[in-house]
Ligand binder design. Structure first.
Ligand code: C2O
Ligand code: CU
Length: 475
């Protein structure tokens, strides 16, 4: 029995809600699993990394409880264009879950979809059993069933949530939302906006194309739509008072499209990537957000309109506008406050000389005819688990041996890019997802903080669905 078949049996038996450990007993394919221990020669570097963000965050005792119903709905993309979607609480994106650092988040998910689902809290460091990967962290939540997620986010920042079951269909149909964890010590903005960027593949009659995992998409760069939206709307217009300080938390929720927002009228200052504060603010004009990535920018609203265009392919089509409006806020503009930063983030050069602890080749599997993607030639069902000791810093080489893009996402951990094609790189921020171009080799240093069995996969949903996933176990 493959893992998928085992899961179906488990789901059919209705064992929903039993702790993840039960499902792990049947885990493991052919081949031996590798493991890496902590290298005592790296103590200084480990300490440097550890200074940049906490291992854990204590719960303050405040509990924020949210009810989410995942169900079919309709959604208006723009005037005269309404489509059938699947949505959380009837809206695309789903509700923004905004909490403070230290709050405990409880989410009661009611699955009213015609198929099983789960929620993954992308980038939020949660207890392993709350991470939402079916067959790894929990059983799929069957249609008509519910599940209670509970966790205290460890880090402040911009995160998001989406299904981790049949993501190529469920995310594409509109199931996603943001979770923003606010650090009360960070400056407040006059406008703190979340922009969830997505694209939709519509048929000529304006309905959502329902051929998910089309062979062409699977074997190329995934499903790229023909209509881009910000927060579910085509080219929204946001009124902002000139002089106001604006923070925009951009999240790429698309199945496959890479977006590179270009601001006309202001320079967007990048302050955080994938939720975590950068060492220092940087010019984020044209920053590439692969599926899964986040980018927080800030700026002071000028007197003239700011238009934002998506420019990854050099097409430069407008996705949003900020329009000056004197009435858009009240009170004194907070424009003079300092930008948040994380000066403790070590320079990537401190990891030079580590060598490569583990290499992942990203490619089709050997049975290419069946259009399976994998890590090191193995699709997910048979892939080996790599085990590392918690508390260590490990180096991985992501080598793209294919002709397709692969944004690789590590669950539960943050990492730093240390090299691209053998040239040292210091991006000055952490990531949980990095885009690897065809033929490219990216080296990363990853700090393994949270114990458990974590998914590592390509965030192009069609690639993940076709097997491009493996597991990292942190002991
Ligand atoms: Cu947003 Cu496993 O992914
Ligand atoms: Cu991929």
């Amino acid at each position: 029995m493959t893992r998928r078949e085992r899961l179906l049996v488990v789901a059919a038996l209705g064992l929903v809600g039993i702790a993840g450990a039960v499902f792990l007993t049947g885990r493991g394919g052919p081949g031996s699993a590798a493991s890496i221990g902590i290298d005592s020669g790296r103590t200084a570097q480990i300490d440097a990394f550890a200074a940049a963000y906490p291992v854990s965050t204590e719960a303050s005792g405040v509990v924020r409880e949210f009810d989410l119903v995942a169900a079919p709905s309709t959604h208006r993309l723009t005037d005269g264009l309404e489509i059938e979607v699947w949505a959380y609480n009837g809206t695309v994106p789903g509700p923004e879950l905004r909490v403070e650092l230290g709050d405990t988040v409880v989410v009661n998910l009611d699955n009213q979809l015609p198929q099983a689902t789960t929620i993954h809290w992308h980038g939020v460091r949660v207890p392993n059993a709350m991470d939402g990967v079916p067959g790894v962290n929990q059983a799929p939540i069957a249609s008509g069933e519910s599940f209670r997620y509970e966790f205290t986010p460890t880090d402040a920042g911009t995160f998001w949530f989406h299904p981790h079951n049949r993501g190529s269909e469920q995310i594409e149909r509109g199931l996603y939302g943001s979770i923003v964890v606010v650090d009360p010590n960070e400056p407040e903005y006059d406008h703190d906006l979340v922009w969830m960027i997505d694209d939709w593949l519509l048929d000529r009659d304006g309905s959502l194309n329902e051929t998910f995992n089309a062979m062409h998409d699977v074997t190329h760069n995934g499903r790229w739509g023909n209509l881009v939206t910000v927060n579910g709307t085509v080219a929204p217009d946001v009124p902002i008072r000139p002089g106001d300080r604006v923070r925009i938390r951009m999240i790429n929720a698309a199945n496959a499209r890479v977006v590179a927002p270009v601001f006309d009228g202001v320079t967007p200052i990048g302050i955080a990537v994938d939720g975590m504060l950068a060492r220092e603010p940087f010019n984020a004009q044209g920053f590439e957000l692969a599926p899964g990535n986040r980018l927080d920018v800030e700026f002071v609203m000028p007197d003239e309109a700011v238009s934002v265009a998506e420019n990854f392919n050099g097409e430069g089509y407008q996705i949003a506008t900020l329009t000056p409006d004197q009435t858009a806020t009240s009170g004194e503009p907070s424009a003079s406050m300092a930008s948040p930063a994380n000066p403790a983030l070590p320079a990537s050069a401190v990891f030079a000389g580590f060598g490569v602890d583990h290499e992942y080749s990203l490619d089709f599997t050997s049975s290419m005819m069946s259009a399976e993607w994998g890590f090191n030639g193995e699709p997910f069902d048979t892939t080996d688990t790599l085990t590392v000791d918690g508390g260590g810093v490990y180096t991985f080489r992501l080598r793209n041996d294919s002709q397709a893009l692969h944004p690789i996402h590590f669950h539960g951990q943050f990492f730093m890019v240390t090299g691209i094609d053998d040239q040292p790189v210091d991006e000055g921020y952490l990531r949980d997802t990095v885009l690897v171009y065809p033929g490219q080799t990216i080296d990363i240093a990853l700090r393994a903080t949270d114990a458990g069995l974590w998914a590592v996969h390509c965030h192009i949903q069609e690639h993940a669905e076709a097997g491009m996933m493996t597991l990292l176990e942190v002991t």
